[in-house]
Design a binder for this molecule. Sequence first.
Ligand code: AMP
Length: 537
Amino acid sequence: MPFAVGIDLGTTNSVVAVATPTGVEFALGPLGERVHPSVVAFPPTGGVVVGTEAKARRATEPDTTVYSAKRLIGQNIKSPLVQLALTGLPFRVDEGPNQQPIIVMRDRRLTVPEVSAQVLGHLKRCAERQLGDRVTQAVITVPANFSDAQRQATKEAGRLAGLDVLRLINEPTAAALAYGFGQRKQEVVCVFDFGGGTFDVSLLVIKDEVFEVLATDGDFFLGGDDIDRAIAEFLAAEMNRHQHVDPRADNQLMTRLVLAAEEIKMHLSAASSAEGVIDGLMRGGQEVKLPFRLTRAQLEGMVRGFVDRSIELTRRALTAARLDPRDISEVVCVGGTTRVPLVRQRLAELFGREPALRINPDEVVAQGAAIQAGSLAGSLFHGRGMATRDAVPTHAMSPLAHGDVPWASAVAPARPILLDVTPAGLRIATAGGFSEEILERNLPTPIERTRTFTTARDHQTQVVIDCCRGESKRFEENELLGRLVLEGLPPRRRGDVRIDVTFRVDQDGILHVRARDADTGIEQETALEVLGAPVAA
Ligand code: AMP
């Protein structure tokens, strides 16, 4: 029986897991690793290398090793945030059709979904090697605040990797599922997800096996990479001061410093100071060594702004859900950056309790995705939602690394129900540069809502519907999602035409837009031209 896996496709690292009736198991990489770097290298000798081996090439082949592709997926290259992300990347990214980023690797030009498909393909192969069977279906997780285009591009990546993407689920919902599934809990949890590239916070009510998101917030450009860059800037300044070398103009030197910065950061999560010499810094064929010393207190001074921002967004989510920090019974940590002591300290201050660490923060999202995949594919449950032992061949079990086994108890849990919310307001452009909200943020999904509009000019035979997401009344201050054009309308006086515009957010969080002339019945649906991503199906 082919398997359905759960995949946490991360900015920095990815994890793949499979749920069986006896627990979640993680697929290991070629070196026995449970966490797979989301890195794809295109070595000079040809071929493609993915994962841990690719990450090792980052220092020596920075211009042909792609990392943090998730920061670019489904994005418009012209967006200011993408431009910001590009300044730090040592590999070449060009503008492609539809303003989508194109990654240039030697003689190859790849779309971002094509690069992500390499990561997904690697995860698929790791799982297949371990399970001794084909993996054809997957549930893939995405940040709760991922836009429509980002979700579609992620699905496209799955398809290119030969996976039938059963569902996209939001990362925080997946984490809550891993915590609450099979526990028969009744509580409100805060999932605080601070990863390598993105920050997400969600507040959920868990009631038996129903997981309902009350509010979600986040920042697509806030993560451990920012901390690495801050430390790398410090190291670069030190190098400039002591060796009169400015590494900031040198890709290779800077990459080496960023990688060293990450190691220093991790060390400082456990120790109060870090000291040593960074070697392997090549300049004009000569090796330069950089001695350094950094204390945790210094590091905290550098990163306080990033941590403050995550706490501020958490407070905003609490306000949106009309909750007090004391209402939260568990704080679930997700992502490597939650290992930073300052982050945990600020969380404990906010909630008056230590965060929960029962499940490894690197694996909790994949574990939830695996449970959802098992549930959707039917391998977890039989009959009326009861787990059975023989749903999965036993030979698949032995070589796998076991995770937590929350439901291997006498009573098997019911099928989980995930109720998510819209992460941002969804709006359309109206006259005078304004926008009108069709769906507010934090509405339960799936959802559909129709609003009626009239034409602004006499004899209009077409209506252009520009869609955006965000909270601003001014259209241009929001994120552009795409355009729908309704053509062939009979010319009538302005105001005499009634156009019903329907916004539907499906279970994957993807927006479908439909426009219909109420009189003639002329209709256009989901031909939403999303910039930087394939056109909606
Ligand atoms: P994720 O995207 O969840 O895989 O998180 C990866 C991020 O967590 C990267 O920025 C890592 O550098 C960071 N990280 C992993 N372990 C630690 C640690 N012990 N201390 C601080 N940051 C860490």
